[in-house]
Design a protein around this ligand. Sequence first.
Ligand SMILES: Cc1ncc(COP(=O)(O)O)c(C=O)c1O
Length: 437
Amino acid sequence: MPGAVPTSDNRSDSTLPKRWYNFLGDLPGHLPEVRNEGNPSPAEIAAKVRPKAILEHDRPAAPWVPIPQPVQDWLRHVGRPTPLHRARRLEQRLGTGARIYLKREDVLPTGSFKLNSAIAQAYYAAEEGRRTLVTETGAGQWGMSVALAASMFGLDAEVFMVRCSLEQKPYRRHYMELLGAKVHPSPSPFTPVGRELLARVPDHPGSLGTAISDAIQYALGKESAAYLSGSGTPHVYLHQTLLGLEVRAQLEELGEDLGAPGRGDHLVACAGGGSNLCGLIGPYLRARTDGADLRFLAAESTAAPRLTAGVYRYGRSDVAGFTPEVMGYSMGMDYIPPAVHAAGLRNHHSSAIVSLLRHEGVLDAVAFGDPESFAAGRLLLQTEGILLAPESNHALAAALGVVAEADARRQRPVVVVLASGSGLLDLQSYHDVGRPA
Ligand SMILES: Cc1ncc(COP(=O)(O)O)c(C=O)c1O
């Protein structure tokens, strides 16, 4: 497989985008200035560990960025465009007048939307001559995607996985290792920052903040390594705009006029680092500004309720200070989110872009605990036969709330839910949460 670009694909679906959409020009205000203090500064660190083309994707010069042909080919090979599924049986069970659509990222081979950006980033790293991809992962979905994308382009992968998730979800580790990736728990005894955290809190469960710090420090010390982020940065959001672009084309094909007046249409996604959310809504920001009757709803975990209960302030996404300080809704730098099953939502600080959308009133937010979100997931399995990841269940629970409110107001909205991942490797979590106490 390494380096090869698949050629046997016979699908040529017109809804597969050939360009990513740079929605930065459509934001509702100016992003507050980024603080780059440190020695070396986060900007200097990024310049060293991140491939140049990926850094350029943080501020593209034009509104559209062409997707390189090999990336397009691999995206088609793994199953893009993914289906937009009308959840009619769920609608019937709810007795709702709403039309509920699921954007089915759970059908991708690594079980989540994370593959979209992993393929793009691995491509650019390989083009630049990097040999090892180093990254962090929460639930393991991003780690699996990086491991697969690395193998597509003949690269090695090393993944720092949040310790409590590694213990809860060992199968994701097995998948990564099958592809030849090395998986380390975070906090990690392999890095100075990990050792310091373990000295302070020996049974530290880890968080995305610790894993980012471990991964960056490790990448800095490794020759020809590229550090990749799975979320939280504008370049990942750019790559994920495939989601909104595909949804737009698919709804158009179905004759759905999203944002029609008086209906209260919604786009709903869960929010950890914000990439499935921004990928979905980014291409729709302009329509909303132009007056479409369209709401954007973020579903977070009560384990890290930044958008619903956090404070808008400067903070970083890692605990060691390798990433820049950005204005964002935050739980505080020392906050250790409880070890919920929705591991991909355990971020202590929201990204600048998600936070700006929230601050400017463009984004609504709601928080759910594991029990409510898993109950929503179970309902979907029983009605549609689709088993979603714990993170995606949060979006589903939020959508059920939207639908109930719309029914009470006798509205019949279109509600698009980003089904960000599959729950087939999370059955233990379903069992644990669903089991009577
Ligand atoms: C299945 C799934 N959905 C959603 C998320 C949240 O990530 P983001 O907020 O970047 O979309 C994750 C993160 O690990 C995930 O694995």
